[in-house]
Design a protein around this ligand. Structure first.
Ligand code: DC
Length: 224
């Protein structure tokens, strides 16, 4: 049996990619890397520095300048890892609704993608990695041995996100979440550079009506 050296998981917002990727990496003893955090980190830093999010040149320069680190968790507050931007812990701030609302715009910029993609390739091509995002199987690591496209209906994804925010003490209305997800799907799938798209050789898992364990079992079976 040859285990896949590089596993790519792509799919729309809140389809459960991180949960699956994290479990799969743990099972295989691989590195888990969620590329969404990089675009979230750039968006967070841009807002923090008061940049105009329409200013592609300024945002690109920022993406090229900031240092994003992912380290083992320093706190037992539900986090799977620490995310640092220039040494500052932004693990939870990058998950805020304000970031959700703006990250698709920032991640559509060509220069931002170029800067992030280079770093992702460097990490991913070493192997023994489960990398999660929108364009991993198509652009970042097209050589991945196993590509999974994880989907779920918009209503199911909104329901999951609603419960996640509630559990974190940041409740938001279901309708607003659904609308936000649809807007992000629309931008992520229609941008010019590296849009969200299923790679031709990817295997689709539809997680509607499945538990986390059932989704994991389907994915695990694909590694055999
Ligand atoms: O997976 P996520 O929701 O944390 O991703 C946040 C945003 O980042 C998402 O709206 C699109 C963008 N993204 C991307 O364009 N390419 C990736 N490989 C990962 C995320």
């Amino acid at each position: 049996m040859t285990l896949p050296r590089i596993i790519a998981i792509d799919g729309p917002a809140a389809s459960g990619k991180s949960t699956l990727g994290c479990k799969l990496a743990e099972y295989l003893g691989y590195l888990f890397f969620d590329t969404g955090i990089m675009y979230r980190a750039v968006t967070w830093a841009a807002i923090q520095q008061g940049l105009n999010l329409d200013d592609e040149t300024a945002i690109t320069a920022l993406a090229e300048r900031i240092q994003i680190d992912v380290l083992p968790p320093s706190l037992g507050d539900g986090r799977d890892y620490d995310v640092l931007v220039d040494g500052e812990d932004v693990t939870w701030p990058i998950r805020k609704v304000e970031i959700d609302a703006n990250v698709s715009q920032v991640s559509a910029y060509r220069g931002v993608r170029l800067a992030m993609t280079q770093q992702q390739r460097r990490i991913g091509s070493r192997g023994k990695v489960v990398m999660v995002g929108r364009d991993i199987g198509t652009v970042v690591l097209p050589e991945a041995d196993l590509k999974i496209f994880l989907t779920a209906s918009a209503s199911e994804r909104a329901r999951r996100r609603y419960e996640e925010l509630l559990a974190r003490g940041e409740p938001e209305s279901y309708e607003q979440i659904l609308e936000g997800l649809r807007r992000r799907d629309q931008i992520d799938s229609n941008r010019e550079v590296a849009p969200l798209r299923k790679a031709e050789d990817a295997i689709t898992i539809d997680s509607d009506g499945l538990t986390i364990d059932q989704v994991f079992e389907k994915a695990r079976a694909l590694t055999e």
